[in-house]
Design a protein around this ligand. Structure first.
Ligand code: NAD
Ligand code: TYD
Length: 360
């Protein structure tokens, strides 16, 4: 579910390109869902798409019966903290009620499977490290045993869905796995989140908005490493367990913003054609791109630091990110420079309205 979103589309590209699985992508196509992110695999005979809301049990049941999955990977969610502060209702509906509905449809389908298929079936719930609340600037890390303490309507709705998934395992025996990952970044990221927003604002010579002082810390995980991690958990994870997946890569927001500004400047030096395509960025670079940084109001209930201890995932499953942050963030910036048509098409009227109300 949620295969037209940022992480879901990376996972489907991975499953189609790197494995022999058949994939049914079940997605409602909200503002965050974009089938253009799957163009490179959409004609593959092992891929199918159905536009379904996970709150609709009839349509979901129909999809289960038609496709007969042996694994469910649940990524459909409302996922943006700022939007959850602006309007929590959709988060309660999709993340809590939708997950409940998906669990019930899955349970009915799983219960009637032959014993062998029942035993090998898996329900994998993709969740966030934000369920653990936040950390101060110590050396503390979130482990799988850190008590849940969510701060925002988004993280509270995800915590709630994690509890439901665990309850369906304890009560009904559904073979579940849960992963809690840190902030993802990479290609096809919707440009309301920090990294793509900063890249695209810099290209357009617009202010680079930093909440508060920019001292808040996030652990950044390359989305393609995450996709590979999810596959490992499905293949090797122990039923009923949760696994943290992180990047082992903590950055203060302000340093991420400055890093992106520098990378864009380097790309413009390497390629003179960029100055013609993005004249506003060229003008900003002449002034020093960092001068675009603008400090704006803190988020209410703002989490200071997220950082993941992934010892369990590394030791038990042999998980190891492939790319270093330096190479993956450079690849990400280059991807946005080379894929203007993708990001131009998602920055439609509703996107412009959101940006206007958020940064007014
Ligand atoms: P996203 O917002 O980019 O994509 C979500 C997808 O879910 C979209 O394609 C959307 O159309 C679909 N969707 C939303 N509501 C739906 C519904 N009712 N029925 C069916 N489909 C629906 O999100 P993402 O960044 O790809 O995140 C995927 C999952 O990973 C989410 O569960 C999120 O909580 C979790 N997560 C994300 C991050 C991150 O950094 N992006 C970090 C930790 C955890
Ligand atoms: P975001 O990408 O929205 O992810 P999350 O809220 O799930 O961590 O934000 C990452 C960090 O960047 C977070 O601390 C908020 C901050 N931020 C800004 O400083 N400016 C912005 O314009 C945005 C969108 C986020």
């Amino acid at each position: 579910t949620g295969g037209a979103g940022f992480i879901g589309s990376a996972l489907i590209r991975f499953l189609i390109n790197e494995t022999s699985h058949n994939v049914l992508n079940v997605d409602k196509l909200t503002y965050a869902g974009n089938l253009d992110s799957l163009k490179c695999i959409e004609k593959n005979p092992r891929y199918q798409f159905r536009q379904v809301d996970i709150c609709n049990d009839v349509a979901l049941t129909d999809a289960f019966n038609a496709f007969e999955p042996n694994v469910v990977m649940h990524l459909a969610a409302e996922s943006h903290v700022d939007r959850s502060i602006d309007g929590p209702a959709a988060f309660i509906e999709t993340n809590i009620v939708g997950t409940y509905n998906l669990l019930e449809v899955t349970r009915r389908y799983w219960a009637q499977l032959p014993e062998k298929s029942k035993a090998s079936f898996r329900f994998h719930h993709i969740s966030t490290d934000e369920v653990y609340g936040d950390l101060d600037n110590t050396l503390d890390l979130f482990t799988e045993d850190t008590p849940y303490d969510p701060s925002s309507p988004y993280s509270a709705s995800k915590a709630s869905s994690d509890h439901l998934v665990r309850a369906w395992h304890r009560t009904f025996g559904l073979p579940v796995l849960i992963t809690n990952c840190s902030n993802n970044y990479g290609p096809y990221h919707f440009p309301e989140k920090l990294i793509p927003l900063i890249i695209l604002n810099a290209l357009e010579g617009k202010p680079l908005p930093v909440y508060g002082t920019g001292a808040q810390i996030r652990d950044w995980l390359y989305v393609e490493d995450h996709a590979q991690g999810i596959d490992l958990v499905i293949n090797k994870g122990r039923i009923g367990e949760n696994y943290n997946i992180g990047g082992n890569n903590e950055w203060a927001n302000i340093d991420i913003v400055k890093t992106i500004a520098k990378l864009i400047e380097q790309e413009f030096v390497k390629n003179s054609e960029l100055s013609i395509r993005f004249p506003s960025a060229k003008a900003a670079i002449e002034q020093n791109t960092e001068s675009l940084i603008t400090y704006v109001n803190d988020r209410p209930g703002y989490d200071r630091r997220y950082a993941i201890d992934e010892t369990k995932t590394n030791n038990e499953l042999g998980y190891k990110p492939k790319d270093s942050f330096d190479t993956a963030i450079a690849k990400t910036v280059q991807w946005y420079l080379n894929n203007e048509a993708w990001w131009k098409s998602v920055m439609d009227g509703s996107y412009q309205n959101w940006i206007a109300s958020q940064y007014e």
